[in-house]
Design a protein around this ligand. Structure first.
Ligand code: NAP
Length: 302
C-alpha cells in the first residue's frame, strides 16, 4: 500500500515526491522513460531561481538523488489507467502491474509534438530527430535544419552551430516565442540561415533524410533545402488519455485543473506541464509538485 503514487518522475513528479517524503508519507513515482523528463535534454538552465547555471541532466540527477535519499522510490513502468477500489486508487501499468495508493498525483508532463508528415516516423533516427543534445554530434560538419520558433528551437540551433556546417531555422512566422537573448545569440552565428514564414511540406529521402521541401506561407513558393538532419522542436502535447475516466481533460488534452492542482476526483491531483496552465516552466512544475504533494498528504490525513 502506497500513500501517494506519482505518475511521472520529471521536475513536477520528483518535486512532489520530495514534499510527500518530507511530510512523513511514502511516495512512489512511476516513470515510463527517463528520470527528469524532457528537461534532461536541455543543455543549459539559467532561469531557475537560486541556481545560476546548470545542465538539464545535472538538475534532474539532483532532484532524483534528493527524492530517493528522502525515501521515495522510482519504478520504471508506464501508467495507463487509474480506477477507484474500496476508497483507494488502483493504477495499472502497460505491463499489467497494479499499484494501490491512497492518493495519486498525475505528473506526466508532455511529449514532443510531431509534424504529421509522410516519412516523419520512417526517417526518425535516420536524420529526423526531436533532441539536438542527444543526436547533434552525429551531424558534425553537415547541413541541418531546426523547425520551430520557441526556446527549444533556438537553443537547439545554437547548440548545433557548434558541430554543423550550416543550420537552417525554419519557422512558420517571422516572430519568435523564444527569449530575445536566445534569438540574439543565434543571430550572431555566421552559419545560421533563417527560413521564416515557412512550413515544411515534405521530407525527402529513403534510407535517410536528404532534403526538406519548405513552403513560403505568403508566396506559396516551394524551396528544397538539402540537409542531412532535421531537428523538430515545435513544442509538446500531453499524454493523458488513459486517465479520462477519473479526471476532466481540456480540449487540448491537458488535465483541467487550477493552481490548487485538484481534479474532479478527490484524492487525484495533477502537477506540472500536463495540466491546463499558462506558463509551463521548470519553476512552475516544481511549484505544482509542492502544492499537489501537500494537498495529497492533507487528503490522506483527513
Ligand atoms: P513552444 O514555446 O511551444 O514553441 C513551439 C514552437 O513551434 C512555436 O514557435 C510554434 O510556432 C511552433 N509550432 C507549433 N506547432 C507547430 C506546427 N504544427 N508546425 C510548425 N511549427 C509549429 O515550445 P518549446 O520551444 O519546446 O518550449 C516549451 C516551453 O519550455 C516554453 O515555455 C519554453 O519557454 C520552455 N523552455 C525554456 C527553456 C529555457 O528557459 N532555457 C528552454 C527550452 C524550453 P508559433 O510561435 O507560430 O506558435
Amino acid at each position: 500500500m502506497i500513500d501517494v503514487l506519482i505518475i511521472g518522475a520529471g521536475p513536477a513528479g520528483l518535486s512532489a515526491a520530495i514534499y510527500v517524503q518530507r511530510a512523513g508519507k511514502h511516495a512512489v513515482c512511476l516513470e515510463a522513460l527517463t528520470v527528469g523528463g524532457q528537461i534532461v535534454n536541455t543543455p543549459e538552465i539559467a532561469n531557475y531561481p537560486g541556481i545560476k547555471k546548470t545542465s538539464g541532466f545535472e538538475f534532474s540527477m539532483g532532484l532524483y538523488e534528493q527524492a530517493t535519499e528522502l525515501g521515495a522510490e522510482v519504478v520504471y513502468e508506464k501508467a495507463v489507467n487509474i480506477s477507484k477500489k474500496d476508497g483507494d486508487f488502483v493504477t495499472t501499468t502497460e505491463s499489467g502491474k497494479e499499484f494501490i495508493s491512497s492518493a495519486v498525483i498525475i505528473a506526466t508532463g508532455a511529449k514532443n509534438r510531431h509534424l504529421g508528415l509522410d516519412k516523419e516516423e520512417a526517417l526518425t533516427g535516420r536524420g529526423v530527430s526531436y533532441c539536438a543534445t542527444c543526436d547533434g554530434a552525429f551531424f558534425k560538419g553537415k547541413d541541418v535544419a531546426v523547425n520551430g520558433g520557441g526556446n527549444t528551437a533556438l537553443e537547439d540551433a545554437l547548440f548545433l552551430t557548434n558541430y554543423c556546417n550550416k543550420v537552417y531555422i525554419i519557422h512558420r512566422r517571422d516572430e519568435f516565442r523564444g527569449e530575445p537573448q536566445n534569438l540574439e545569440a543565434v543571430r550572431n552565428k555566421e552559419n545560421v540561415e533563417f527560413v521564416l514564414n515557412s512550413t515544411i511540406a515534405e521530407l525527402k529521402g529513403d534510407k535517410s533524410l536528404e532534403s526538406v521541401v519548405v513552403k513560403d506561407k505568403n508566396s506559396g513558393e516551394l524551396r528544397e533545402i538539402f540537409v542531412q538532419g532535421l531537428f523538430i522542436a515545435i513544442g509538446q502535447e500531453p499524454d493523458n488519455q488513459g486517465f479520462e475516466s477519473v479526471v476532466e481533460l481540456d480540449p487540448s488534452g491537458y488535465v483541467a485543473a487550477g493552481e490548487t492542482c485538484t481534479t474532479k476526483t478527490p484524492g487525484i491531483f495533477v502537477a506540472g506541464d500536463c495540466r491546463t496552465k499558462e506558463v509551463r516552466q521548470l519553476t512552475t512544475a516544481a511549484s505544482d509538485g509542492a502544492i499537489a504533494a501537500l494537498a495529497a498528504c492533507t487528503f490522506i490525513s483527513s
